[in-house]
Write a protein that binds this ligand. Structure first.
Ligand code: CP
Length: 335
């Protein structure tokens, strides 16, 4: 299968057809095989890309950098501390300048709407490295990981434990609907500190797509119901990037029942795997983890250390797959 995505932005998965997503996943698997066999694939030699990060990153930044270098491209990394971006120059103006110098722009920022405006002005493909609303390259890597484990993913069930709305859960909702994977969001209904629910328009659109593709979207507070028949148990941090530190107390109270523990894993399908986009608070070996332990007496948050380190955990394979999938996105849109 070869589709022409040349010149396209990669802003959110709703912009792509099922066939286009399948194409990107196949391309990702092909690039992974090339990397594994040490086969050079400098297909984009002579091109240059720039990475704009308004927020911190390990996986996304490194995946773009290594992916681009493997493809033979030059890479520039810019953060707000080392450029005019955001302080003296708007993101839109920055994009218009950079679009004249680079062949592609990665952006990690906050508001999806601002990001989409930026893409309109850039004049070159722009890739979403995470916004408040979506994290589409993460979802691609997640499905590649599922496919490596199970082969065909159609009709499987992925359960996301935690609060409903978040850039990772939003993107999983979309990609599951597009690929015929049953998606379950299992978490509390209310959150006094702010909205936790899927955008009603995104949810309605995904329900329509899921119906077309013969899969379901389940929203439940009940853990037994949520994890029953699940092939993948997925979770994410309880306070996302850029959110207030003040949220920790209420989130710990609200979400602790939804921590992924061996007991939760035991309720899923035999052979179920655990996934997490990372970084994860599964112990106290981080500054925040240690602070939370001191303040609230909680030594593991969204996932227990036992599950994180278990044979069911695929988190590092998933992290590696960020690079192969991001490489596929860059290649498909720049070739
Ligand atoms: N999962 C993810 O996006 O990781 P980084 O924040 O380290 O890029």
């Amino acid at each position: 299968m070869s589709l022409n995505l040349s010149g396209r932005h990669f802003l959110k998965l709703l912009d792509f057809t099922t066939e286009e997503i399948e194409y990107l996943l196949q391309l990702s698997a092909d690039f992974k095989a090339l990397k594994r066999t040490g086969t050079p694939h400098r297909y984009l030699e002579g091109k240059n890309i720039v990475l704009l990060f308004e927020k911190t990153s390990t996986r996304t930044r490194c995946a773009f950098e290594v992916g681009a270098m493997d493809l033979g491209m030059g890479v520039t990394y810019l953060d707000p501390g080392s450029s005019q971006m955001g302080k003296k120059e708007s993101i839109e103006d920055t994009a218009r300048v950079l679009g004249r110098m680079y062949d592609g722009i990665e952006y990690r920022g906050s508001d999806q709407e601002i990001f989409e405006e930026l893409a309109e002005k850039a004049g070159v493909p722009v890739w979403n490295g995470l916004t408040n609303e979506f994290h589409p390259t993460q979802a691609l890597a997640d499905i590649l990981t599922m496919r490596e484990e199970f082969g065909d993913t159609k009709g499987m069930k992925l359960t996301y434990l935690g609060k409903e709305q978040g850039n990772v859960s939003d993107s999983l909702l979309v990609i599951c609907a597009k690929l015929g994977i049953n998606f379950c969001s299992c978490g509390p209904k209310g959150d006094a500190e702010g909205a936790t629910h899927f955008d009603p328009e995104v949810l309605a659109e995904c329900q329509r797509i899921a119906a077309e593709n013969g899969c379901t979207i389940q929203l439940t507070e009940d853990i037994d119901e949520g994890v029953r028949d699940a092939d993948v148990i997925y979770t994410d941090v309880w306070v996302g990037m850029g959110q207030s530190e003040d949220l920790w107390k209420s989130r710990i109270e609200l979400l602790s029942p939804y921590r992924v523990t061996p007991e939760v894993m035991a309720k899923a399908n035999p052979g179920a795997i655990f996934m997490h986009c990372l970084p994860s608070f599964h112990d106290t070996n981080t500054t925040i983890g240690a602070e939370i332990a001191e303040k609230f007496g909680v030594t593991e948050m969204e996932v227990s250390d036992e599950v994180f380190e278990s044979k069911q955990s695929r988190v590092f394979q998933e992290a590696e797959n960020r690079m192969h999938t991001i490489k596929a996105v860059m290649y498909a849109t720049l070739k």
